[in-house]
Design a protein around this ligand. Structure first.
Ligand SMILES: Cc1cc2nc3c(=O)[nH]c(=O)nc-3n(C[C@H](O)[C@H](O)[C@H](O)COP(=O)(O)OP(=O)(O)OC[C@H]3O[C@@H](n4cnc5c(N)ncnc54)[C@H](O)[C@@H]3O)c2cc1C
Length: 816
């Protein structure tokens, strides 16, 4: 018999898989017991019922590793707290490496895990065999052992969470289809179901592989697509030891674990394909897809060499089930843009079981406290670009996500499917100049330039790739002469209206009430003083401002700004990103290049640092702004898209005599790292304050009316800091860091790198990373004293620490 539908609930969670049940369980534990899980069929009947049950902590980002750690806490406490067992067992995982590159990848991954306090031990092939005696290890370079990993039963875990929800007073409705989300004035008001409406303050979309279509019904884009995903379970294997560590063997694209008296062998194999791309059937329930031995057979056969016991084991189950994957391989967790109190927990890329309990806790805290309990910009639903929900795009891109899951994850690795989508107005011109393109959210971006005769391909390496020297030459041209970038993919928001200044003054920590023609570097803060955005704001006119953001952040910045407009305030925010091309012209000869091309006076006194003006250029014009992200004299030129080609031609023709060089994003990164310019989502995000990030210079403490986050910052200033963003330079010029490497001070783990690059001028790798001191109010000098080391691939490399950049610390060059 169906349970009666409540008329209202504080939170409606749509979807009774592990994610939805985990959100509701944690809400109830936080005292929000007026919560209802609405499930269209039966609990777990989507994808949860067939999860293999692996719980592995080797994840690609610090935030996603923290989520698994939280999940592990819940797996170990769930039985105590609910009386139901999730079937959790701590068995450890062995990740196997078959060659030097993969061995380095695994050791780098282990170092990243160490930064999160996760135990991960590189061991020899012989030691791996001792832990898993059935293994063939003759071809292995090594293994990394994660002793605290485990496994559990996804159905039992979900039922334990459901039991906990009910015990705490929450409700679960099965066999009720949610048909829509109701809203008013940009805020959720409830859900419509096949059995009637439920009013609600909050709605959580935890509909798994239905998430994209469900979101689309009310204008929320959630790029995900179900793919066919396989495992095989053998008949009982005589004498098989129970509780063996899970094996992850990337060379065979496979994992192995005990399953009953046999083994389960699962795959993340190349050649994956979508299931039901036109839409997930409404009646799908406990779905099993047809066996496909032609596809899977060759991978299973390969596994027989790794585990010879498989050759004699009968196959009990050949299972294929659908699971949702996303274009970037990361799930969507958080509040959606454009609709207040609409939260998403979906797109789990086959780690929904191991992430679900932790992710549910994070989302519940987020809803109750009004902010995320940890920084997860990588999972932010606001990152989704409009094209990413295109079916044809998704089919290709998510298949590639699964294809690459067990491949080596190289630094600077580029996707190869669904390319050529978003092109700068200068695309063909920079392509003719030798650009080798990378991709970011559909944008084709010149990452480096191949000189004539050099192939335009990426080769990947954890060391110096073949394009290292070409990128170095671009870097040097910017430092020594002049370089030109095409950064047209940057986000641009036009903010106009009577109250534009008032709104921006409230949102920006810096003072943007400047005269027209000035640019201001600023952060946007939340109430806790954390950095929600890192932008420049140019005042174009009395009631008109231009906000410059990144291509990956423009949608969230747009959303943040729109939410900040109060009732009765007259302001519009328009995304004009594609209307304007952007060419930074940077280097000590930038003035020599530009001055003959314009009647505007570019002299230091007439056009000082921070000035922004529309100038004539060639036969056209551009908005020229004296600002820099590379640490040299230069102008960022914003040009209407139709004039961009002409301005580019004018610059390159005139630049030939000065040795003007095209420079790409890899050079840009090397240049900005030498200067320690922060990047949002890496070095700074919602959990970092400007004081911790060394951006106190951009805080206008005393501007009239204050700004959002000021009180929290004042309290932090009063208490003193326990955590600071520190610049590092590695002592060994051959060492290369990328991100997430742990940092030790006098042998004690004190932090983690947030970004790093090789500094071609400094001749060594430079990085930024947070260091945490024992207590608030620690002296500045503590952060740079002591002996620092950075752990790379499980080896420690000496590092120099500084609170100012290693290159041009006084910033004299951009002001010259
Ligand atoms: C072969 C295979 C092996 C796997 N192995 C592992 C593993 O070892 N470890 C791991 O972590 N993960 C694994 N996974 C992935 C894991 O199963 C999923 O990531 C996880 O179950 C996703 O949970 P969910 O709650 O997001 O989605 P689901 O379990 O699909 O739950 C979503 C629910 O929403 C309901 N719903 C949809 N639309 C509506 C609506 N309109 N109204 C009401 N209800 C609705 C659905 O009926 C469904 O029950 C595996 C997946 C597969 C296919």
């Amino acid at each position: 018999m169906k349970q009666a539908l409540p008329h209202t609930a504080r939170v409606v969670v749509v979807g009774g898989g592990i994610a939805g049940c985990a959100v509701a369980y944690h809400l109830a534990r936080r005292g929000w017991t007026d919560v209802v899980v609405v499930e269209r069929r039966r609990l777990t009947s989507g994808t949860t019922w067939h999860a293999a049950g692996l719980i592995t902590q080797a994840r690609p980002t610090s935030g996603t590793r923290e989520i698994v750690k939280r999940s592990l806490d819940i797996f170990s406490s769930l039985e105590r707290d609910t009386g139901f067992s999730p079937g959790f067992q701590r068995t450890g995982t062995l990740h196997l490496a078959d060659g030097a590159a993969r061995w380095e990848e695994l050791r780098r991954q282990a170092s990243a895990a160490h930064a999160n306090g996760i135990r991960a031990e590189p061991i020899s092939p012989d030691e791996a065999v001792k832990l898993f005696p059935l293994l063939y290890a003759g071809d292995l370079a090594g293994a990394v052992y994660y002793p605290d990993d485990g496994r559990g039963n996804a159905t039992d875990t979900t039922m334990a969470l459901a039991g906990g929800i009910r015990q705490l007073g929450g409700q679960i409705l099965e066999n009720v289809l949610v048909t829509g989300v109701t809203q008013q004035d940009g805020r959720v008001t409830g859900v419509a179901t096949a059995d009637g409406p439920i009013e609600a303050e909050y709605v959580v979309n935890a509909t798994g592989m239905w998430g994209r279509e469900f979101g689309a019904r009310h204008g929320i884009r959630i790029p995900l697509q179900a793919l066919a995903h396989y495992y095989i379970v053998t008949e009982p294997i005589p004498g098989l030891a129970p509780g063996l560590p899970t094996i992850k063997t990337a060379p065979e694209y496979a994992y192995v674990k005990n399953e009953g008296a046999g083994l389960m062998v699962g795959f993340f194999e190349p050649g994956s394909y979508p299931w039901s791309p036109g839409g997930i059937p409404e009646d799908a329930e406990f779905t099993r897809l047809p066996e496909d031995w032609d596809h899977l057979g060759p991978f299973y056969e390969k596994m027989m060499k790794r585990l010879p016991v498989l050759a004699d084991a009968g196959i009990r189950l050949h299972f294929c089930g659908p699971e949702s994957f996303t274009p970037d391989g990361l799930y969507h967790l958080g509040e959606a843009p454009g609709l207040r109190n609409y939260f998403v927990a979906a797109g789990f890329n086959s780690i929904g079981f191991l992430s679900g309990p932790g992710a549910g806790g994070v989302l519940a805290d987020w809803i109750v406290d009004g902010h995320a309990p940890l920084d997860l910009p990588e999972a932010d639903p606001r990152r989704a670009a409009p094209h990413e929900t295109n079916r044809r795009f998704l089919e290709q891109r998510v298949s590639e996500t699964l294809d690459l899951a067990y491949e080596i994850h190289w630094p600077f690795q580029q996707r190869t499917t669904a390319r050529g989508l978003r092109r700068s107005p200068l695309h063909d011109r920079v392509a003719a100049a030798g650009a080798v393109f990378g991709e970011l959210l559909g944008w084709e971006r010149a990452n480096w330039y191949a000189p004539p005769g050099v192939g335009r391909e990426y080769d990947y390496s954890f060391g110096r790739p073949s394009w290292f020297e070409h990128s170095a030459a671009e870097h040097r041209a910017v430092r020594e002469r002049v370089g030109l970038f095409d950064t047209s993919s940057f986000g641009k928001l036009l903010v106009q209206g009577r109250d534009a200044e008032a709104v921006l003054q409230r949102v920006c920590a810096n003072n943007v009430a400047v005269p027209p023609g000035r640019i201001v570097y600023t952060q946007w803060l939340n109430e806790r003083g954390g950095i929600e955005a890192d932008v420049t704001v140019t005042r174009l006119a009395e009631r008109e401002f231009l906000v410059l953001s990144g291509p990956a952040t423009v949608r969230r910045d747009h959303d943040w700004l729109r939410r900040s407009i109060g009732d009765g305030e007259f302001v519009t925010v328009a995304d004009v990103s594609t209307a304007l091309a952007m060419i930074p012209v940077m280097g000590p000869d930038a003035r020599r290049l530009l001055q003959p091309l314009t009647d505007a006076d570019l002299s230091p006194s007439a056009f000082p640092f921070g000035a922004s003006r529309e100038i004539d250029l060639g036969f056209g014009f551009a908005r020229a702004t004296r600002i820099t992200y590379v640490g040299e004299l230069g102008w960022e030129l914003l040009i209407p898209a139709d004039l961009a080609g002409h301005v580019y031609d004018t610059l390159t023709q005139a630049g030939a005599a000065l040795g003007l060089r095209h420079a790409g994003y890899h050079a840009l990164d090397s240049l900005r790292m030498e200067k320690g310019y922060r990047s949002w989502g890496h070095d700074i995000s919602g959990g970092d304050t400007p004081l911790e990030a060394g951006l106190g210079f951009a805080v206008a403490w005393d501007k009239p009316g204050g700004f959002t986050g000021r009180e929290a910052l004042l309290r932090q200033r009063e208490a003193g800091l326990a955590r600071r963003l520190v610049h590092f330079a590695l002592a060994d010029p051959g060492a290369l860091a990328y991100h997430d490497e742990p940092v030790y001070r006098d042998g004690v783990l004190v932090g983690q790198l947030t970004s790093a690059a090789y500094g071609h001028t400094l001749g060594r790798a430079v990085a930024l990373g947070y260091v945490t001191a024992p207590a608030p109010g620690t002296e500045r000098s503590w952060f740079t004293s002591g002996t620092y080391e950075v752990e790379i691939a499980c080896e420690r490399v000496a590092a120099q620490a500084s609170l100012c950049p290693f290159y041009d610390p006084a910033s004299a060059r951009p002001r010259s």
